[in-house]
Structure formats: structure tokens, C-alpha cells
Design a protein around this ligand. Structure first.
Ligand code: ZN
Length: 75
């Protein structure tokens, strides 16, 4: 699973899809992301925030995952 951060709330966001869109400067790859608060965005991959769960390791990553699951269960 490819993850990023939500540009609105900063929570973990899953990259659902990637497409290449034409622009006046040439093709630009865009990603469809959805965060745990269900915000959805299409944004250029250059705006994706590195450091999602998949790219993290150690105790800090585990606590973030647990926090994510707790929030998801409440919503
Ligand atoms: Zn969000």
C-alpha cells in the first residue's frame, strides 16, 4: 500500500490511483489520495508527502498505525 499525508488534515492517506494528465508543460503524474478522515484529493505526485506508514519503521511507526486504527474505528 502506497501512503502519504493528507494535505488538509495531515493524517495518513492512502494513494488509491495514479494517472498521467496532459498539461501545457507536458504530462504530469497525479495521484488520487484518501485520508482516514475521508478527504479525497487529486494532486500532482510532487505534492505527495513522504514518510507514510509504509516508509516508516520502529516504535514510532507502530504507535501511528495504532492511532490511525483507533480513529478509523470511531468514524
Ligand atoms: Zn484529511
Amino acid at each position: 500500500m502506497d501512503t502519504s499525508r493528507c494535505p488538509e488534515c495531515g493524517l495518513i492517506a492512502e494513494v488509491l490511483d495514479r494517472v498521467v494528465l496532459e498539461s501545457t508543460d507536458g504530462p504530469v503524474e497525479h495521484a488520487h489520495v484518501r485520508c482516514v478522515a475521508r478527504h479525497r484529493f487529486w494532486l500532482p505526485v510532487a505534492y505527495l508527502v513522504a514518510g507514510g506508514v509504509a516508509e516508516s519503521s520502529g516504535a514510532g511507526a507502530r504507535s501511528r498505525v495504532e492511532g490511525w486504527c483507533t480513529r478509523a474505528a470511531r468514524s
